[in-house]
Design a protein around this ligand. Structure first.
Ligand code: ADE
Length: 258
Protein backbone atom coordinates (compact mmCIF):
# COMPACT_ATOMS: atom_id res chain seq x y z
CA UNK A 1 0.00 0.00 0.00
CA UNK A 2 1.26 3.51 -0.78
CA UNK A 3 2.22 5.81 2.07
CA UNK A 4 -0.67 7.77 3.54
CA UNK A 5 -0.49 11.49 2.66
CA UNK A 6 -3.55 13.55 3.53
CA UNK A 7 -4.46 16.64 1.52
CA UNK A 8 -6.32 19.34 3.42
CA UNK A 9 -8.02 22.08 1.44
CA UNK A 10 -9.82 25.05 2.91
CA UNK A 11 -12.05 27.54 1.14
CA UNK A 12 -10.79 30.50 3.15
CA UNK A 13 -7.22 31.61 3.99
CA UNK A 14 -8.25 32.14 7.64
CA UNK A 15 -9.14 28.45 7.94
CA UNK A 16 -5.94 27.32 6.31
CA UNK A 17 -3.69 29.48 8.49
CA UNK A 18 -4.89 27.78 11.67
CA UNK A 19 -4.47 24.30 10.18
CA UNK A 20 -0.93 25.13 8.96
CA UNK A 21 -0.08 25.99 12.56
CA UNK A 22 -0.92 22.39 13.54
CA UNK A 23 1.80 21.03 11.22
CA UNK A 24 5.35 20.11 12.25
CA UNK A 25 8.41 20.41 9.98
CA UNK A 26 6.59 22.61 7.49
CA UNK A 27 7.94 23.19 4.00
CA UNK A 28 6.33 25.64 1.55
CA UNK A 29 5.88 25.01 -2.18
CA UNK A 30 4.66 27.81 -4.47
CA UNK A 31 2.80 26.62 -7.57
CA UNK A 32 0.21 28.32 -9.80
CA UNK A 33 -0.49 31.20 -7.36
CA UNK A 34 -1.05 28.77 -4.51
CA UNK A 35 1.12 27.93 -1.50
CA UNK A 36 1.19 24.26 -0.49
CA UNK A 37 2.30 23.64 3.11
CA UNK A 38 3.78 20.18 3.53
CA UNK A 39 4.46 18.75 6.99
CA UNK A 40 3.27 16.20 9.53
CA UNK A 41 0.31 16.17 11.89
CA UNK A 42 0.23 13.49 14.58
CA UNK A 43 3.09 11.84 12.68
CA UNK A 44 1.01 11.57 9.48
CA UNK A 45 2.13 13.40 6.32
CA UNK A 46 -0.21 16.23 5.33
CA UNK A 47 -0.34 18.98 2.71
CA UNK A 48 -2.47 22.03 3.45
CA UNK A 49 -3.58 24.55 0.83
CA UNK A 50 -6.13 27.32 0.26
CA UNK A 51 -8.36 25.96 -2.51
CA UNK A 52 -9.32 29.40 -3.82
CA UNK A 53 -12.92 29.87 -4.85
CA UNK A 54 -15.09 28.10 -7.37
CA UNK A 55 -15.05 24.75 -9.13
CA UNK A 56 -12.13 25.38 -11.51
CA UNK A 57 -9.86 26.78 -8.79
CA UNK A 58 -10.64 23.92 -6.41
CA UNK A 59 -10.26 21.20 -9.06
CA UNK A 60 -6.91 22.67 -10.17
CA UNK A 61 -5.60 22.90 -6.62
CA UNK A 62 -6.64 19.32 -5.95
CA UNK A 63 -5.08 18.01 -9.16
CA UNK A 64 -1.81 19.54 -8.08
CA UNK A 65 -2.13 17.88 -4.67
CA UNK A 66 -2.66 14.57 -6.42
CA UNK A 67 0.09 14.81 -9.02
CA UNK A 68 2.82 16.73 -7.16
CA UNK A 69 2.25 15.53 -3.61
CA UNK A 70 0.69 12.10 -4.26
CA UNK A 71 -2.02 12.58 -1.66
CA UNK A 72 -3.98 9.44 -0.84
CA UNK A 73 -7.07 11.14 0.66
CA UNK A 74 -8.60 14.57 0.88
CA UNK A 75 -10.29 16.62 3.58
CA UNK A 76 -12.04 19.84 2.60
CA UNK A 77 -13.36 22.35 5.10
CA UNK A 78 -15.29 25.52 4.44
CA UNK A 79 -18.53 27.39 4.85
CA UNK A 80 -21.85 27.04 3.05
CA UNK A 81 -25.19 28.75 2.72
CA UNK A 82 -28.15 26.79 4.11
CA UNK A 83 -31.03 26.06 1.77
CA UNK A 84 -32.72 23.55 4.05
CA UNK A 85 -34.94 25.65 6.31
CA UNK A 86 -34.11 23.70 9.48
CA UNK A 87 -30.38 24.43 9.39
CA UNK A 88 -29.08 27.26 11.52
CA UNK A 89 -25.93 29.37 11.35
CA UNK A 90 -23.17 27.41 13.10
CA UNK A 91 -24.56 23.98 12.19
CA UNK A 92 -22.22 21.60 10.36
CA UNK A 93 -23.02 19.63 7.22
CA UNK A 94 -20.99 16.58 6.30
CA UNK A 95 -21.43 15.69 2.63
CA UNK A 96 -22.78 12.23 1.92
CA UNK A 97 -23.54 13.08 -1.72
CA UNK A 98 -22.56 16.05 -3.87
CA UNK A 99 -24.03 17.42 -7.09
CA UNK A 100 -22.99 20.25 -9.45
CA UNK A 101 -26.11 22.43 -9.60
CA UNK A 102 -24.80 24.42 -12.59
CA UNK A 103 -24.03 21.39 -14.80
CA UNK A 104 -26.60 21.32 -17.59
CA UNK A 105 -25.74 19.62 -20.88
CA UNK A 106 -29.35 19.13 -21.96
CA UNK A 107 -30.51 17.87 -24.40
CA UNK A 108 -27.36 15.74 -24.69
CA UNK A 109 -27.92 14.28 -21.23
CA UNK A 110 -30.18 14.88 -18.22
CA UNK A 111 -29.73 18.06 -16.20
CA UNK A 112 -26.93 17.76 -13.57
CA UNK A 113 -25.36 14.65 -15.15
CA UNK A 114 -21.56 14.95 -15.50
CA UNK A 115 -20.53 14.37 -19.13
CA UNK A 116 -18.63 11.15 -19.80
CA UNK A 117 -18.93 9.84 -16.25
CA UNK A 118 -22.56 8.74 -16.43
CA UNK A 119 -22.94 10.11 -12.90
CA UNK A 120 -24.90 12.89 -11.25
CA UNK A 121 -23.94 12.45 -7.59
CA UNK A 122 -20.53 11.80 -5.99
CA UNK A 123 -20.65 9.87 -2.71
CA UNK A 124 -18.32 10.04 0.25
CA UNK A 125 -17.30 6.64 1.66
CA UNK A 126 -18.83 5.39 4.93
CA UNK A 127 -15.42 5.26 6.66
CA UNK A 128 -14.84 8.92 5.91
CA UNK A 129 -18.30 9.86 7.19
CA UNK A 130 -17.82 7.85 10.40
CA UNK A 131 -14.40 9.36 11.05
CA UNK A 132 -15.56 12.94 10.43
CA UNK A 133 -18.77 12.42 12.43
CA UNK A 134 -16.72 11.46 15.50
CA UNK A 135 -14.48 14.50 14.98
CA UNK A 136 -17.41 16.92 14.66
CA UNK A 137 -19.35 15.46 17.60
CA UNK A 138 -16.25 15.75 19.76
CA UNK A 139 -16.15 19.47 18.95
CA UNK A 140 -19.84 20.25 19.30
CA UNK A 141 -20.84 17.99 22.17
CA UNK A 142 -17.93 18.53 24.56
CA UNK A 143 -16.39 21.59 26.13
CA UNK A 144 -13.94 21.80 23.22
CA UNK A 145 -16.32 24.24 21.47
CA UNK A 146 -16.37 26.59 24.46
CA UNK A 147 -12.61 26.28 24.93
CA UNK A 148 -11.96 27.74 21.49
CA UNK A 149 -14.90 30.13 21.01
CA UNK A 150 -16.13 32.40 23.78
CA UNK A 151 -19.78 32.47 24.84
CA UNK A 152 -19.98 36.08 23.63
CA UNK A 153 -18.74 35.13 20.18
CA UNK A 154 -21.19 32.22 19.96
CA UNK A 155 -24.01 34.44 21.17
CA UNK A 156 -23.18 37.08 18.52
CA UNK A 157 -24.24 34.51 15.91
CA UNK A 158 -27.04 33.03 18.07
CA UNK A 159 -25.19 29.71 18.22
CA UNK A 160 -26.37 27.62 21.17
CA UNK A 161 -25.98 23.97 20.34
CA UNK A 162 -24.65 23.39 16.81
CA UNK A 163 -26.09 20.36 15.03
CA UNK A 164 -24.33 17.95 12.67
CA UNK A 165 -26.32 16.85 9.62
CA UNK A 166 -25.05 14.31 7.08
CA UNK A 167 -26.58 14.62 3.61
CA UNK A 168 -26.63 16.23 0.18
CA UNK A 169 -24.67 19.33 -0.85
CA UNK A 170 -24.92 21.25 -4.13
CA UNK A 171 -21.92 23.11 -5.56
CA UNK A 172 -21.57 25.55 -8.42
CA UNK A 173 -20.00 28.80 -9.53
CA UNK A 174 -22.59 30.99 -7.86
CA UNK A 175 -22.84 32.72 -4.49
CA UNK A 176 -26.48 32.40 -3.45
CA UNK A 177 -27.75 35.72 -2.09
CA UNK A 178 -31.48 35.63 -2.66
CA UNK A 179 -34.41 33.58 -1.46
CA UNK A 180 -35.83 33.22 -4.99
CA UNK A 181 -32.67 31.45 -6.27
CA UNK A 182 -32.59 29.27 -3.19
CA UNK A 183 -36.24 28.25 -3.58
CA UNK A 184 -35.77 27.56 -7.30
CA UNK A 185 -32.88 25.20 -6.49
CA UNK A 186 -34.90 23.42 -3.81
CA UNK A 187 -37.72 22.85 -6.26
CA UNK A 188 -35.32 21.01 -8.59
CA UNK A 189 -33.25 19.33 -5.88
CA UNK A 190 -35.34 19.05 -2.70
CA UNK A 191 -32.82 16.97 -0.73
CA UNK A 192 -30.11 19.65 -0.82
CA UNK A 193 -29.06 20.90 2.63
CA UNK A 194 -26.68 23.68 1.63
CA UNK A 195 -24.85 25.33 -1.26
CA UNK A 196 -21.19 26.14 -1.75
CA UNK A 197 -18.77 26.62 -4.62
CA UNK A 198 -16.19 23.80 -4.58
CA UNK A 199 -17.28 20.52 -2.96
CA UNK A 200 -18.75 18.64 -5.91
CA UNK A 201 -15.81 19.61 -8.15
CA UNK A 202 -13.41 18.24 -5.54
CA UNK A 203 -15.58 15.12 -5.22
CA UNK A 204 -15.49 14.61 -8.99
CA UNK A 205 -11.68 14.79 -9.13
CA UNK A 206 -11.39 12.42 -6.12
CA UNK A 207 -13.75 10.01 -7.90
CA UNK A 208 -11.69 10.18 -11.09
CA UNK A 209 -8.43 9.54 -9.19
CA UNK A 210 -10.08 7.00 -6.91
CA UNK A 211 -9.22 8.54 -3.54
CA UNK A 212 -11.56 8.97 -0.54
CA UNK A 213 -12.78 12.44 0.38
CA UNK A 214 -14.41 14.21 3.32
CA UNK A 215 -16.26 17.48 2.78
CA UNK A 216 -17.19 19.45 5.89
CA UNK A 217 -19.17 22.66 5.68
CA UNK A 218 -20.19 25.04 8.44
CA UNK A 219 -23.36 27.02 7.78
CA UNK A 220 -22.32 30.70 7.60
CA UNK A 221 -25.54 32.15 6.16
CA UNK A 222 -28.94 31.11 4.90
CA UNK A 223 -28.27 31.98 1.24
CA UNK A 224 -30.61 34.96 1.32
CA UNK A 225 -30.25 38.70 0.76
CA UNK A 226 -28.09 39.00 3.94
CA UNK A 227 -25.65 36.20 3.09
CA UNK A 228 -22.71 38.37 1.96
CA UNK A 229 -22.97 40.50 5.11
CA UNK A 230 -23.03 37.61 7.59
CA UNK A 231 -20.18 35.70 6.18
CA UNK A 232 -16.75 37.47 6.61
CA UNK A 233 -17.06 37.95 10.38
CA UNK A 234 -18.44 34.45 10.77
CA UNK A 235 -15.37 32.97 9.08
CA UNK A 236 -13.01 34.91 11.29
CA UNK A 237 -14.77 34.21 14.59
CA UNK A 238 -16.40 30.81 14.15
CA UNK A 239 -15.74 28.62 11.14
CA UNK A 240 -11.96 29.05 11.04
CA UNK A 241 -11.83 27.75 14.61
CA UNK A 242 -14.26 24.91 13.87
CA UNK A 243 -12.02 23.83 10.96
CA UNK A 244 -8.85 23.71 13.03
CA UNK A 245 -10.50 21.70 15.80
CA UNK A 246 -12.24 19.28 13.43
CA UNK A 247 -9.02 18.62 11.48
CA UNK A 248 -7.19 18.09 14.78
CA UNK A 249 -9.91 15.64 15.90
CA UNK A 250 -9.84 13.73 12.59
CA UNK A 251 -6.08 13.23 12.87
CA UNK A 252 -6.53 12.03 16.46
CA UNK A 253 -9.13 9.53 15.21
CA UNK A 254 -6.74 8.34 12.50
CA UNK A 255 -3.97 8.03 15.10
CA UNK A 256 -6.15 5.68 17.21
CA UNK A 257 -6.36 3.13 14.38
CA UNK A 258 -4.01 0.13 14.46
N1 ADE B 1 -20.63 29.66 0.77
C1 ADE B 1 -21.07 30.26 1.90
N2 ADE B 1 -22.27 30.84 1.72
C2 ADE B 1 -22.59 30.61 0.42
C3 ADE B 1 -23.69 30.98 -0.38
N3 ADE B 1 -24.68 31.70 0.13
N4 ADE B 1 -23.69 30.59 -1.69
C4 ADE B 1 -22.65 29.87 -2.19
N5 ADE B 1 -21.58 29.51 -1.47
C5 ADE B 1 -21.55 29.87 -0.19
Amino acid sequence: MSERIIGIMGAMPEEINGVVELLSNVQEFHRGQRIYYFGTLNGIKAVVVFSRWGKVAAATTLTNLLLEFNITELIFTGVAGAVNHELKIGDIVLAKRLIQHDMDARPLMPQFEIPLLDKTWFESADDQITQATKAVIKLTKTKQLHNVISDEELAAFSITSPQLVVGDIASGDKFFSGSADKDALLLLLPSILCVEMEGAAVAQVCFEYDIPFTIIRTISDVADEQSHIDFPLFIQKISSRYSVEIVKNIFEEIGKRP
